[in-house]
Design a protein around this ligand. Structure first.
Ligand SMILES: Cc1cc2nc3c(=O)[nH]c(=O)nc-3n(C[C@H](O)[C@H](O)[C@H](O)COP(=O)(O)O)c2cc1C
Ligand SMILES: [Mn+2]
Length: 499
């Protein structure tokens, strides 16, 4: 378990996954151009030790590759994290002693996941209060030339629902507006905004910057509102998150954070936020958002300031998104069990397209699944859904394109509907609401109005096996023995439809 950001930095360094940049660089634009090139080359995390105008080092690209994301979770593949989550979701009444013991262990690991309050935390080694607070001393990046100013991009924003006191932690960018004020970019569908809308007058808010990677990730996870992100972080870490009381607010903050901003937000106190070069690849326009007034900035000695650059995909956030895609698969399957797998293409900025494979069992099944996706948490914002049969590899976009081209009669198999859309989507006529497209690329049966569906071409298994065996004999050197084309038709769903 990685307990804080510096342990994570040390691990990255040991693994050859981090480069310290000693040359002075400008957090305004220059850092972005460097990071953009490094991310696209699959390069290392960068610790800029001398950002211009700040004494704090600037950490970027900590999440920029699949390997680093796996290192963060201490797993071989992100599906291993999903498997742990699945274990809990699939928890059945145990049969037999061994299963009971296993079940109890799992339950205990949930109980032990709740954050733990401690008396002191390194995040308060240095305390600036009131007029001493000066956000311009942090190396906050201005990422793109059209940006409205510097933006804090990797914060864990902590609020409480005034109705029941439940905590929420979300990653919402914060534009620095002055030495002690920022905007709070709470999009319309998000939990932090709901807490704000339930509050009369002022609400206390704390923002943690520089966390262990799993806790930082958890702030970006699309959990149901009543689920505490810090509990999930504790479960994924296998170790509870330690919290300490804020120095000027009645909000608990992660004790191991590098930097904490404490303050308040008042209903109706809004400011112009943006433009901001966003993960959609476009600038989001100026819009009114709540103002965050900072009452204290606390930090560790030698604090590290973390940042992330978003922009035209792929960027570093691709792997935060992919982690969510993998980790949430068991939860998606829990609600829609016929789903085999899904893929949210990075190039589709995650909300634009969802490819989903299903075990098709009845006519209209693909439409059922489209509607399920459009009704499921943040997946409900998906603009386009492509449904394929279970044997199609949803992560192989060429294979998906093959079935979209081959299996679709656009008149019969395309669904156009409407629903809520992502806050950042600039294409719909109205903000937040507009069209959706579903493409049913599964094999169709007569009950869906199709003619006899032809068989797909596939070599017989015995011939493939013979060629595998004899490959060396042929003297065709391709380095390795080339695999026989995978996949092939699964007849089951079509047979079911014919009945
Ligand atoms: C790098 C990054 C930046 C993000 N910026 C914002 C943002 O500015 N506003 C927002 O509403 N969501 C933003 N998100 C998405 C939210 O963090 C995500 O929807 C999360 O689930 C919100 O928490 P909540 O479900 O508790 O509201 C961002 C995500 C990432 C990874
Ligand atoms: Mn939440």
């Amino acid at each position: 378990m990685i307990s804080d950001l510096r342990e994570w930095v040390a691990l990255l360094e040991r693994e050859g996954e981090l480069v310290r940049v000693r040359a002075e660089i400008d957090p305004c634009l220059e850092a972005t151009e460097i990071v953009d090139r490094v991310v696209k080359a699959g390069g290392p995390a960068l610790l800029f030790e001398n950002p211009k105008g700040s004494e704090l080092p600037l950490l970027v690209n900590q999440f920029g590759t699949e390997r680093r994301m796996c290192l963060a979770f201490g797993v071989e593949t992100l599906d291993d994290v999903a498997a742990r989550v699945g274990e809990i979701l699939e928890l059945q009444p145990p049969e037999g002693l061994a299963a009971k013991v296993r079940g109890l262990k799992t339950l205990k690991s949930i109980a032990d996941s709740r954050p733990r309050t401690v008396r002191r935390g390194p995040c308060q080694e240095v305390v600036w209060r009131g007029d001493d607070v000066d956000l311009s001393r942090l190396p906050v990046q201005t990422a793109w030339p059209g940006d409205g100013g510097p933006f804090i991009t990797l914060p864990a924003v902590i609020t409480h629902d005034p109705r029941d006191g439940r905590r929420n932690v979300g990653m919402y960018r914060m534009q620095v507006l002055g030495p002690r004020t920022t905007a709070m970019h709470w999009q319309i569908h998000k939990d932090g905004r709901a807490d704000y809308l339930f509050t009369e007058g002022r609400m206390q808010v704390a923002v943690a910057l520089g966390l262990d990677p799993v806790t930082a990730y958890s702030a970006s996870a699309p959990l149901p509102k009543h689920v505490d992100e810090l509990m999930v972080a504790g479960f994924l870490r296998g170790e509870p998150v330690e919290l300490v009381k804020g120095v000027t607010v009645d909000v608990e903050v992660p004790a191991q954070a590098e930097i904490v901003l404490e303050g308040w937000i008042e209903r109706g106190d809004l400011a112009a936020e943006g433009p901001f070069g966003d993960h959609t690849g476009f600038y989001t326009p100026v819009e009114q958002f709540p103002v965050f007034h900072v009452t204290a900035l606390t930090m560790r000695r030698d604090a590290i300031y973390p940042s992330i650059v978003v922009g035209k995909p792929p960027q570093e956030d691709a792997w935060l998104g992919k982690a969510t895609e993998r980790i949430f698969l068991p939860a998606v399957r829990m609600t829609v069990p016929e789903i085999v797998d899904y893929d949210l293409p990075v190039a589709g900025a995650f909300h634009n397209v969802c490819i989903v494979s299903i075990r098709k069992a009845f006519p209209g099944h693909a439409r059922k699944v489209m509607n399920a996706i459009w009704g499921l948490g943040m997946l409900s914002l998906t603009k386009g859904v492509v449904v394929v049969d279970e044997h199609v590899n949803v992560h192989d976009y060429a294979e998906v394109m093959f079935y979209v081209g081959a299996n679709v009669d656009p008149k019969r198999d395309v669904v156009i509907t409407e629903g809520p859309l992502d806050h950042l989507d600039h294409a719909p006529t109205l903000q937040f609401f507009g069209g959706k497209i579903g493409i049913d690329a599964t094999a169709k049966g007569p009950l869906e109005g199709a003619r006899e569906w032809p068989p797909e071409i596939e070599m017989s298994a015995d011939v493939r096996e013979r060629v595998d065996r004899r490959w060396v004999e042929y003297g065709i050197d391709l380095g390795t023995v080339p695999g026989a084309p995978g996949g092939g038709i699964r007849q089951s769903s079509r047979r079911l439809l014919r009945r």
